[in-house]
Design a protein. Sequence first.
Lengths: 254, 285
Amino acid sequence: MSLLQVKRLGKSYDLETKVLKDISFDVEAGEFVSIIGPSGAGKSTLLRSINRMVEINEGHVIFDNNDVGSLKKKELRQLRTDIGMIFQHYNLVPRLSVIENVLHGRFGYKTTIQGILGRFTEDEKERAFYLLDKLGIGEHAYKRCDQLSGGQQQRVGIARALIQDPKLVLCDEPIASLDPNTSKIIMDHLQSIVSELNITCIVNLHQVEVAQTYSDRIIGLKAGEIVFDGPTPWLTDDRIHHIYGTETRELITG
Amino acid sequence: MEAASQSTYIKRKRDGRIRIKSGNKAERVMQGTILSFIILTAIAFIIFDYSGLHLISAVQETMYNLYVMFLQPGLSHFGWGEALFQVSMTLGLAVLSTVFGAVIALFLALMAATNLSNKGLTKTVRIIVAFIRAVPTVLWVLIFAIAAGLGSEAAVLGMLFHSVAYLVKAFSEAFEEVDPGIIEALRATGSSWWHIVTHAVIPSTFTYLLSWTFLRFEINFTVAVAMGAAAGAGGIGFELFMASGFYFDLREVGFITYAILVVAILLEIISTQLKNRLFPAAATQ
Ligand SMILES: Nc1ncnc2c1ncn2[C@@H]1O[C@H](COP(=O)(O)OP(=O)(O)O)[C@@H](O)[C@H]1O
Ligand SMILES: [Mg+2]
């Protein structure tokens, strides 16, 4: 059974426009999948349907044998502990320290009182430092997050996702605000998450070449529909062309 | 110049120059309001009853009173110790109503913030709070005085009521400024609502909450002085009322005014110091 099954998924925010139309695909454990497509295609919405950050209107998302759409509040919290999420703007609490932000990833496992009081076990703290060291930012553990560079903040975001012990990590344009060198560091880390920790990764990307370099498989989204789904080598120039439409070709290659 | 634009979106003033203000409805309403205020003020001055007012002697007497008050201050009906005690009593009223007000407002503001609560609850809390704020503090004190009798209890309750309403608005607006991405990120980890509030929303807004509370404390101190005079709440305000309305002792009035001024300045200094000490980053922003 696949880790994630998306079946005939449909989503609209208002009555007129359907943002996602009849989306179906499966993702196996340990896959590195990129979703590409022009802005407004529905990439972020698709990603957020998987952990039900947005409610879906049609179809089903089956994650690890759970029908995500029918979970109750408590079950949904539990499901989310299995799915890490990484964002374009890192979304850390800027006034708190790096280590505090990493430990936020453990709240899903806590009762209300434990969480409010910030009761974390020594094991959890040691794991947080281990992850920070592994990501190369251990020395910044006690700094406030707003004193870190973009690339460093994104690595804190990755640590926050990994401390959840997730089976799947969703990344919404993780490198869109970073320069090429920093982007490479972040993408390398994501790649090692998949290869070393055997965690599945689904990454929304703007840059086609980055998707081609790192992913096993690429899904092309256009106006809410899947127009390409296959192993990376199958993505020919013509198909890229089709995903992005005619007039934007120069923007991608140039 | 060839660059002269022929855009159909350009709006021009009557003399043909290009407008840069959008000239929308809100702006016109604003201008109308200001104009009517000016006219009303002018009319008010014209129709005042000036009979029995001899401008020169009135000014002279006022100047003399001010001179006695502020250049020859002194105490006659009570001593320094008593004055200090009365000032601290007034401060006590202000502290009590501010601290309780801030705690209650914190919870209500969480319900009033659109990003943390549902629409129905948000609207309800906001309407109630707006109503409470629209009625002046003094009136609330007098309303509570019906039940509690004139005195410090009614004063604290009334000040508390108004402080809560004021701080709910300030706090909930601060909460709504929190980056929605942060809340989303924590929701995505499986955090509960209370986790998000205590570990993301409050840490992100703490400086604002503290500044608003301190500002309200300064307001409450002056209100507490007025309540001492108007509602018999005791403290330095009551002494001020007795000195001016009962003994006609201008020197004492002057002394008390200075005492209040000193406390107000001290509060201001403390609040600035506190902010700099606790949040060096926020102070330089
Ligand atoms: N919260 C929302 N409310 C209403 N419309 C939205 C919302 N989020 C996204 N949309 C709309 O859905 C469409 C797809 O958006 P999105 O999923 O963000 O695309 P992408 O990430 O590919 O740029 C866009 O037309 C956008 O305007
Ligand atoms: Mg997006």
